[in-house]
Design a protein around this ligand. Structure first.
Ligand code: FES
Length: 141
């Protein structure tokens, strides 16, 4: 399937779901205000990977929390390919030092924006092409 449509109406803040897209898990998270705030407060120079890695934006877009998220007015939504950029394990959510994602394979630590902060992974987790096709439906791909 080239694209998948996902109903996110039941995802309250702090809830996530994982869907399969092109054989890969995609994490969809309705982030809490605290998670968004923590990610917004990080300075770009603290990041290991300064690029947004967001397929919806230019390839040189910076890894601000806004440009990692679904954008203005939808900053709470994070949609990303749930594959560690080190060797491809699937990170565990709401774990690790930044309460983002933690990869159990070799200890990569991602923040609440899915940005790599510690460990061997070189890049932020990838944001796939996606859009909201209604208030509660996301199309990925
Ligand atoms: Fe995630 Fe190695 S595959 S840290």
């Amino acid at each position: 399937l080239a694209s998948v449509e996902v109903d996110v109406a039941s995802l309250q803040p702090g809830m996530s779901l994982t869907v399969k897209w092109r054989g890969k898990p995609v994490f969809i998270r309705n982030r809490t205000p605290e998670e968004v705030k923590a990610a917004q407060e990080v300075k770009l120079e603290e990041l290991k990977d300064p690029l947004a890695r967001n397929a919806n934006l230019a390839s040189d877009a910076q890894a601000t929390d806004l440009d990692r998220s679904a954008g203005k007015g939808k900053e709470n939504w994070l949609v990303m390919v749930g594959v560690c950029t080190h060797l491809g394990c699937i990170p565990l959510g709401q774990q690790g030092e930044y309460n983002g994602w933690f990869c159990p394979c070799h200890g990569s630590v991602y923040d609440t924006s899915g940005r790599i902060r510690k460990g061997p992974a070189p890049e932020n987790m990838a944001v796939p092409v996606f859009s909201f096709i209604s208030d509660t439906k996301i199309r990925i791909g």
